[in-house]
Design a protein around this ligand. Structure first.
Ligand SMILES: NC(=O)c1ccc[n+]([C@@H]2O[C@H](COP(=O)([O-])OP(=O)(O)OC[C@H]3O[C@@H](n4cnc5c(N)ncnc54)[C@H](OP(=O)(O)O)[C@@H]3O)[C@@H](O)[C@H]2O)c1
Length: 259
C-alpha cells in the first residue's frame, strides 16, 4: 500500500503542527502530509519543525476552516482531490463569564470549532464513500464530554462536535470510513471511537457516568470551586511542584502547603 494522504487543519502551532510533523517524519514513510493553515504568513514554525521533510512528505497549503471556498480550493488542488485521512484540528478557545462575551464572538467560535468540521466533512466524505475508505480524526476535548465553569461556549462547541461524530460514525461505517474522536491513533488499524489522552481527566468523566441524574459532577465542581477553594488552590500548587511529596497538609488560613 502507498503512502496515505493526510490533511491536517490548523498547523501554524500546537497540536496540529506537532501531528503534521510527526506523521511526515514517520520512519516507515506511511504518510504524505498536507499541513494547512489559514494564514500562510504564520508558516515559519512549521517549516522549521518540518526540516528536510518540507516539500517531500510534508507540503503546506492555505485553508481557512470558516470558508467553504478556501476548503474547496485546497482540496481541488490535490491530485484526484484525494485525502485518505482528515485530521480536523483547527480550533479556538473562549474562557470567561458569559455576560462578558458577545454573541458574534460565540458564533465565530462555532464557525471554526463545529461548522469548520462540518464543512470539511461535507467536502471530503462523498469521495471517501465512493472509494469505500477514509479516516476522519477529530480533535475534541474533555470539555466535549463534561462542561466546566467559564468554558460554557467552548464546551458547547465541543459537545456539538461529539454529537456530530457519534451520529456520523454509523453511516461512515457503512462505507468503511472511520470517524473517530482520537488524537494519535491514525496509525492504528482499529482505533477506538473515543480516545482520552489525559488520564488526569478520568475522574471527571467517571463522575458523569456514575450518576445518570447529572447532579454529581455539578455538586462536586461547586464544592471544589466555591466551598473548598483553599484545598483546590493548594492541590494546584502541589501539582506544580517539581517533586511533589506523597502527603501534604493545607494551612487553613493561607492555603499554604505543609509537607
Ligand atoms: N491544547 C489542549 O490542551 C487541548 C485540549 C483539548 C482539545 N484541544 C483541541 O485541539 C485543537 C488544537 O488546539 P491547540 O491547543 O493546538 O491550539 P493552538 O495552538 O491555538 O492551535 C489552534 C490552531 O487552529 C488554527 N485555527 C484557528 N482558527 C482557524 C480557522 N478558521 N481555520 C484554520 N485554522 C484555524 C490556529 O491558526 P492561527 O495560528 O491562524 O490562529 C492554530 O493553528 C483544538 O481543536 C482544541 O480545541 C486542545
Amino acid at each position: 500500500m502507498g503512502a496515505r494522504k493526510v490533511l491536517v487543519t490548523g498547523c501554524s502551532s500546537g497540536i496540529g503542527l506537532a501531528v503534521a510533523v510527526r506523521l511526515a517524519k514517520d520512519e516507515l514513510r506511511r504518510f504524505k502530509v498536507v499541513a494547512t493553515m489559514r494564514d500562510l504568513d504564520r508558516r515559519e514554525a512549521l517549516e522549521k519543525a518540518a526540516g528536510e521533510t518540507l516539500n517531500r512528505s510534508l507540503e503546506i497549503r492555505q485553508l481557512d476552516a470558516t470558508c467553504e471556498d478556501s476548503i474547496r480550493e485546497c482540496v481541488n488542488s490535490l491530485s484526484d482531490r484525494r485525502v485518505d485521512v482528515l485530521v480536523n484540528n483547527a480550533g479556538v478557545g473562549m474562557i470567561g463569564s458569559l455576560e462578558c462575551q458577545s454573541v458574534s464572538d460565540m458564533q465565530e467560535l462555532f464557525s471554526t470549532n463545529f461548522f469548520g468540521l462540518v464543512r470539511l466533512v461535507k467536502e471530503l466524505l462523498p469521495d471517501m464513500k465512493q472509494r469505500q475508505s477514509g479516516h476522519i480524526v477529530v480533535m475534541s476535548s474533555v470539555l466535549g464530554f463534561q462542561g466546566l465553569l467559564f468554558n460554557d461556549v467552548y464546551a458547547a462547541s465541543k459537545f456539538a462536535v461529539e454529537g456530530f461524530c457519534e451520529s456520523l460514525a454509523v453511516q461512515a461505517m457503512k462505507f468503511n470510513v472511520k470517524a473517530r474522536l482520537t488524537k494519535y491513533l491514525i496509525v492504528s488499524k482499529n482505533p477506538p471511537f473515543r480516545h482520552q489522552t489525559n488520564r488526569l481527566y478520568v475522574p471527571l468523566t467517571a463522575m458523569k457516568h456514575a450518576d445518570p441524574t447529572g447532579q454529581l459532577p455539578i455538586d462536586a465542581f461547586y464544592k471544589m470551586i466555591f466551598q473548598h477553594d483553599r484545598m483546590l488552590n493548594a492541590t494546584l500548587k502541589w501539582i506544580n511542584l517539581k517533586t511533589p511529596p506523597l502527603r501534604f497538609r493545607v494551612d487553613s488560613e493561607s492555603s499554604r502547603l505543609r509537607m
